[in-house]
Design a protein around this ligand. Structure first.
Ligand SMILES: *Cc1c(COP(=O)(O)O)cnc(C)c1O
Length: 387
């Protein structure tokens, strides 16, 4: 069955008693045992809960994995994955990394003796030289955020396999509708489901999908032992969001492509970072390993003085963090999402004071262009007056 059909039908055929087309929210933490030594399959909801299970099984299937785990946030999912590692272990990680993941590694996992090296994950030589006997895994984001750098998942996971390392892919920006890392050789996929999977800027959630029985069993143990699991109501909201994922992603990328091309032509804009644009360095790899593009991109202004007035004048587009929802949001990575990344690394990857990130929603592209046009015009006027 095609992925669009599987998405629309999540939970629709799983409720055997009433036949409810929308799977119910089982707001229960405890489940009666029929008798000693017997279980309905559900005992206590941290371990397994009916609404969450439908979501988890659907996620595993969508990502072509063997098991899915719903967590209370993307960070909770990453922490659960990082608990696979311990004292003395080392990870190789994408240089242009989500700020919260960097903070978790550098300020928390480091205290448990887990270290990380940050590298351009297309540079296999650089990765090989960083690889030590205690290196356990490679963690990649592709595209990265905010600079939209692309990593060849198949190439990296083949290299990782040859070194005995696990490959973990943060697939938040593309979702399984557009990219399925496990089919390309990855062992673990992680999502901030808060973003495109939920899709409405209204539910905080994370997902883990694992490939292979041993890894899936280990993750089930960690998921239950750590307990950062997703509640039934939020599991339901996430399934509700997933049903329209295909439609939303189609519209997100259509809008983002129009907006990116419009900005690229604008006199105030130096460059636009979006893999759908032919001049993007990751364009070809992205086209090969994914069936489409995400709905976010970044652009660099020629003049840093434009940033403040643009963020003050946008009206339809909200000045807010996060990404992946139906509403358009714009953010300033250097002082917001990436504030915890040291300036040296930020400069190295290009997150500077002229860079804005745009999560393009599903509004009409004409209205988004009109909003940006008036904000850029106001910025030009005010900057001119200030001189
Ligand atoms: C938002 C985000 C996270 C963290 O997820 P939360 O749901 O906010 O905890 C991790 N990785 C990426 C790529 C993200 O965009």
């Amino acid at each position: 069955m095609k992925i669009e059909s599987r998405l629309a039908q999540i939970g629709s055929v799983s409720e055997p008693v009433t036949g409810a087309v929308s799977f119910p929210v089982y707001q229960a933490t405890a489940f009666r045992h029929p008798r000693l030594g017997e279980s309905t399959g559900f005992d206590y909801s941290r371990t397994k809960s009916p609404t969450r299970k439908v979501l988890e099984d659907a996620s595993a299937q969508l990502e072509s994995g063997d098991a899915g785990f719903a967590c209370s946030s993307g960070m909770a999912a990453l922490q659960t994955i990082f608990a696979l590692f311990g004292q003395g272990d080392h990870l190789i990680v994408s240089l242009d990394l989500y700020g919260g993941t960097y903070r978790l590694l550098e300020q928390i996992m480091s205290r448990f003796g887990v270290s990380a090296s940050y590298v351009d994950t297309n540079d296999i030589d650089a990765m090989s030289s960083l690889c030590r006997p205690n290196t356990k895994a490679v963690l990649i984001e592709t595209p990265t955020n905010p600079l939209m750098m692309i990593t060849d998942i198949e190439r990296v996971s083949a290299w990782a396999k040859s070194k005995g390392l696990l490959t973990i892919v943060d697939n938040t920006l593309l979702t399984p509708y557009l990219q399925r890392p496990i089919e390309l050789g990855a062992d673990i996929v992680v999502h901030s489901a808060t973003k495109y999977l939920g899709g409405h800027n209204d539910v905080l959630a994370g997902l883990i999908v694992t490939k292979g029985k041993e890894l899936s069993d280990k993750m089930a143990f960690l998921h239950n032992s750590i307990g950062a699991v997703l509640g039934p109501q939020d599991s339901w909201l996430l399934m509700r969001g997933l049903k329209t994922l295909a439609l939303r992603m189609d519209r997100h990328q259509e809008n983002a492509t129009r907006l990116a091309n419009w900005l690229l032509e604008h006199e105030a804009v130096e460059d636009v970072y979006y893999p759908a644009l032919p001049h993007h360095p990751g364009h070809d790899i992205q086209n090969r390993q994914s069936s489409g593009n995400t709905g976010i991109f970044s652009f660099r202004l020629k003049d840093a003085r434009y940033v403040e007035p643009i963020l003050r004048h946008i009206q339809l587009i909200a000045f807010a963090e996060s990404l992946g929802g139906v509403e358009s949001l714009m953010t300033y990575p250097a002082v917001q999402t990436h504030a915890d990344i040291p300036e040296e690394i930020r400069r190295q990857v290009g997150v500077d004071d002229r860079l804005l990130r745009f999560s393009v929603g599903i509004e009409h592209a004409d209205d988004l262009i009109a909003d940006l046009a008036q904000a850029l015009e106001a910025a030009k006027r005010e900057t001119g007056e200030a001189q």
